[in-house]
Design a protein around this ligand. Structure first.
Ligand code: ZN
Length: 311
């Protein structure tokens, strides 16, 4: 039994329309689900991914309108690392980000930048054999599209505290100093720690809320037992409508989720229409009228950018 890499990364934003313009516009991901926070249905939960809405390429945001910026520190993921296909793709993204008003830094075969609210990303060239998970943005040549997650980096002052749970119970394989590979049959991703900054951790806009690793549906209950056996305070299995989830804090403080591969985002709308309208899990359906009145309208960067393809 192996975890199949990273399932999704969930972060916080303060401005959903700006978030959509960046992730579905600048980064060319597909908005695959617009729904609400299941713990507070008055605010958005937005999901971006590849064209199929695959686990492994899915970054999601809770919107807390106007919430102050946070700052990653001890026990928080601070960087999300994505795969691209070639050094030429790093050139493409460096130029595109700069053209759209973002600062991108190139260091060898790594390009780093921050989203509009300060969340840090890196792009790295990936030449392994796993399937590229790409979205078809109208103005991003497919060979340059982001290909899904490569890993996440978190801050921890004493990573050794986490090692037993990660290695003995969750099957993380050491792959470097304070770094592990989470590799299943189809997909892998890495998890790593860095020395935290002197400043305290401040959750808020532009920070990661949790990282989810992927479980085959039939293994999910056993992953819960394993995490419990490793000493983690694990939630019951929660039905998130698009997948089932368990949550726990690993010993360094990072909030982990283990989520099932499926049923997926096409459970409540056709694959060709993903993300176009507000999707509500059945128990929130009675609130639809009120929510559609109060949630801010979102832009459609794909439509805005169609016909503006640059050669
Ligand atoms: Zn999650």
């Amino acid at each position: 039994m192996k975890l199949e890499g990273i399932h999704h990364v969930t972060a916080i934003c303060a401005d959903a329309p700006r978030n959509v313009r960046f992730y579905a516009g600048t980064l060319g991901l597909r908005l695959v689900k617009r729904t609400v926070n299941q713990d507070d249905p008055t605010v958005y939960h937005l999901f971006y991914a590849d064209e199929e809405g695959s686990a492994g390429a899915d970054i999601t945001f809770f919107e807390y309108p106007g919430t102050p910026r946070g700052s990653a520190g001890e026990g928080m993921v601070h960087t999300v690392i994505w795969r691209v296909g070639s050094p030429g793709s790093l050139d493409f993204w460096g130029e595109r980000l700069e053209r759209e008003g973002f600062t991108a830094e190139r260091s060898g075969d790594v390009l780093s930048f921050h989203d509009p609210e300060g969340l840090r990303h890196e792009l790295v060239v990936y030449d392994g054999g796993e399937r590229p998970l790409v979205a078809r943005a109208p103005d991003v040549p497919i060979e340059h599209a982001l290909q899904g997650f490569h890993g996440v980096r978190a801050y921890a002052s004493d990573p050794e505290r986490s090692r037993p749970l990660l290695e003995e119970h969750l099957g993380f394989e050491p792959s470097g100093p304070q770094q592990w590979l989470v590799a299943g049959e189809d997909r892998s991703g890495f998890y790593a720690y860095d020395e935290p900054p002197d400043t305290p951790p401040v959750p808020g806009a532009g920070t990661v809320h949790h990282v989810a690793f992927a479980s085959r549906p039939e293994d999910h209950g056993r992953w819960r037992e394993r995490a419990l056996a490793g000493g983690a305070a694990v939630t019951p299995i929660i039905d998130r409508h698009y997948f089932r989830s368990i949550y726990f804090r690993e010993p360094s403080g990072v909030l982990f989720e283990i989520a099932t591969l499926g049923p997926g985002f096409a459970v409540d709308e056709p694959p060709e229409r993903l993300g176009e309208r507000l999707s509500l899990p059945p128990r929130f359906e009675p609130l639809r009228g009120r929510l559609e009145q109060t949630l801010k309208p979102l832009p459609d960067p794909r439509a805005e950018r169609t016909g503006k393809v640059r050669s």
